[in-house]
Design a binder for this molecule. Structure first.
Ligand SMILES: Nc1ncnc2c1ncn2[C@@H]1O[C@H](COP(=O)(O)OP(=O)(O)OP(=O)(O)O)[C@@H](O)[C@H]1O
Length: 616
């Protein structure tokens, strides 16, 4: 068999990729270790937990790992970073992803790219938690894919203590690492913005104490940016105005590619959902007196818009993060930090995967509201900058900030910007949510009545009848419209959406359930006919199956996977599940057919809506 050769434009080694460290060269380092050499020459113990002020990161190297075992690599991730198939087979790759090799730095000259951990804070469950930071994550370098030109920050999670480890050990257990590794790639395959995972490495000599003694592991992950709302929170809590300005400028210029890429102020008749105009020159002030928006307002609105789209995708694919603290809310609008996350099984809006979230703060239903709550915290951090309006670049303002004689005006302007951003958040969320649900229902157009008659009614029905959310959409894809012509036909088809044991739910009988789903199918059929016309079932099925996954990375599958890898020493199963997660719309995967059907079939009754703790 011919060996698989990577296309020439993909590189076979990290060393061949264009690498940078823009983050560390643009933002201030921990004053205790201002250069890589000073950090490198310090005993590793001296890089332990403490408060780090006036800085956004500390240079810190990963702890060496003894006999690491590379368990899995995502080929999609490899490609997206700019590496070709086979790159993962080298010793260099294994050394880098296990933290044993620092690429691009010379210990002799002290020049080059040295690893770092970020400083951030956060509001956790609604309360200020103080300094957090990368307590077990260490970034290695930024690599730019030579074809797409997308730059990613490559990071290890579980590679040892940093100044931000607080009372913890800097490690990650295999269980949570498997979960993060696969879900990152699963979300990406569903086109949900997310941080990504390149590889999973087992540390056979690392035993980590959690609820029990567990094996340690490292996930090598990457993202366009690892900055979080919590990064601004800590600066605001410390009153560090200078750094807030510097970080904002960094985000606009180096994360979003320039001030000109940010959204222009909305006109009065725009509802905010349409893609806004961009390209406003950096120093331009937009809007009438009192409502002036400077470049920092545009930056805020960009972050708001990105997060609105991401939450919309979570809601449309029934994904729950489980711990939406501000340190887990990305400035780039990515899904980030995968602790007790889950995809819903049955549609239950009150579901939270987080065993410890008794108030349901982070339940599925609350995600949209909570992300807005987090974005208001960000608004408060940026308020002085966007509240200053046209004075934002005056020397006096830069030096002294708000003065008594202009406080009221500044606050009023800032409040107006946050409030309008809230409207924009709602509009962008709704537009994206409707777009996704419209596609999932196989419709080509949107009608005003769809929201109530199709979306809401479907979700209410699923919830009342305790139907499986994901199976509903996939199964709907292959329903033929002719099957739905008569009431009898519709009630017959309705049975396909029930669990094996039949419909459940308070006060529900088999008959009432069939009637309710049948009625919904009648409304859906009418809309599908309107959009497609007669005899277009096959085309509609193809379109629907391209957006309605057959495979969803459910909690029970992850549990089985973890058991088999950790307890039974299996390895191949990891590759099979990863492959399914990377190609969720396939009909089959050329793996173990029986296993595939089991993973895609009815969720075992006692394993639905599982929860897990935050321990990781
Ligand atoms: N075992 C650990 N050792 C050191 N710090 C930890 C550990 N577990 C969590 N932390 C830190 O506690 C804070 C909150 O933890 P959380 O579980 O939300 O994040 P995480 O999963 O470690 O990180 P990330 O958000 O980067 O995925 C973070 O600052 C994190 O770095």
């Amino acid at each position: 068999m011919a060996a698989h050769v990577s296309p020439p434009h993909l590189r076979l080694s990290f060393d061949d990729l264009p690498k940078t460290h823009v983050f560390t060269s643009r933002l201030p380092p921990d004053p205790a270790f201002p250069t890589p050499l000073e950090s490198h020459n310090a005993p590793r113990e001296s890089l332990g937990p403490r408060l780090v002020k006036g800085a956004l990161f500390t240079y810190v190297r990963p702890e060496p790992a003894k006999e690491p075992e590379l368990l899995a690599v995502s080929q999609a991730a490899l490609r997206d970073i700019g590496l070709g198939e086979g790159a993962e087979k080298t010793e260099e790759f294994k050394d880098v992803v296990s933290g044993n090799k620092i690429l691009g730095w010379s210990g002799e000259t002290g020049e080059g790219i040295y690893p770092w951990a970020q400083c951030y804070g956060g509001f956790q469950f609604g309360s200020w938690a103080g300094q957090l930071g990368d307590g077990r994550a260490i970034s290695l370098f930024e690599a730019t894919n030579p074809i797409t030109n997308v730059r990613y920050e490559i990071q290890l999670k579980g590679a040892g203590k940093t100044p931000y480890s607080r009372f913890a050990d800097g490690k990650a257990v295999l269980r949570s690492s498997i979960r993060e590794f696969i879900v990152s790639e699963a979300l990406h395959a569903l086109s949900i913005p997310t941080t990504r995972a390149l590889s999973l490495t087992l540390l056979p000599h690392s035993k980590v104490q959690r609820e029990r003694l567990e094996p340690g592991a490292i996930v090598t992950r990457f993202a366009e940016s690892w900055l979080r709302i919590g990064t601004f929170d800590i600066l605001r809590a410390r009153g560090d105005r200078g750094l807030i300005r510097k970080l904002s400028t960094y985000v606009a210029e180096n994360v979003f590619g320039g001030w000109g890429n940010l959204p222009a102020k909305l006109t009065a008749d725009q509802n905010g959902a349409d893609d806004t105009t961009r390209g406003v020159p950096e120093r331009d002030i937009e809007g009438n007196p009192g409502e002036e928006e400077n470049r920092f307002a545009r930056l805020y609105r960009e972050i708001v818009r990105r997060n609105a789209k991401t939450v919309a995708a979570w809601q449309a694919y029934a994904f729950t993060n489980g711990v939406l603290n501000t340190d887990n809310t990305s400035l780039y609008g990515l899904s980030i930090d995968f602790g007790p996350f889950a995809f819903l099984d049955n549609f239950d809006p009150n579901y939270t995967p987080n065993h410890d979230d008794h108030m349901l703060r982070y339940s599925y239903r609350n995600q949209t509201t909570i992300i807005w709550w987090n974005l208001v915290r960000l608004g408060e951090s940026l308020a002085e900058l966007f509240g200053a309006g046209s004075r934002v670049d005056d020397e006096e303002f830069i030096e002294k900030g708000v003065q008594e004689n202009n406080t009221d005006e500044l606050i009023k302007r800032a409040e107006g910007i946050i409030s309008r951003a809230g409207e924009e958040y709602k509009a962008v969320f709704l537009a994206e949510y409707k777009r996704l649900l419209t596609a999932r229902l196989g419709l080509k157009t949107q009608k005003h009545s769809d929201f109530q008659q199709l979306f809401s009614e479907l979700l209410d029905t699923m919830s009342a009848l305790e139907l499986d959310f994901h199976h509903f959409f996939r199964k709907l894809s292959s329903v033929k419209l002719v099957e739905l012509e008569s009431e009898n036909g519709r009630e017959e088809v309705a049975g396909r959406f029930f669990h094996r044991e039949g419909p459940s739910g308070i006060g529900i009988t088999e008959k009432s359930a069939r009637k309710r789903v049948g009625d919904w199918l009648a409304a859906w059929r009418a809309r599908a006919l309107e959009d497609w016309g007669e005899n277009k079932d096959s085309e509609r099925e193809i379109a629907m199956k391209a957006v309605n996954p057959k495979f969803i990375l459910r909690s029970w599958i992850l549990d089985e996977l973890i058991q088999r890898v950790e307890r039974r020493g299996e390895r191949e199963i990891l590759h099979r599940v990863l492959n399914m997660a990377l190609h969720p719309f396939n009909e089959e995967w050329a793996g173990d057919r029986e296993e595939e059907e089991r993973f895609c079939g009815d969720v075992p009754r006692l394993q639905r809506a599982m929860q897990c703790s935050c321990s990781s």
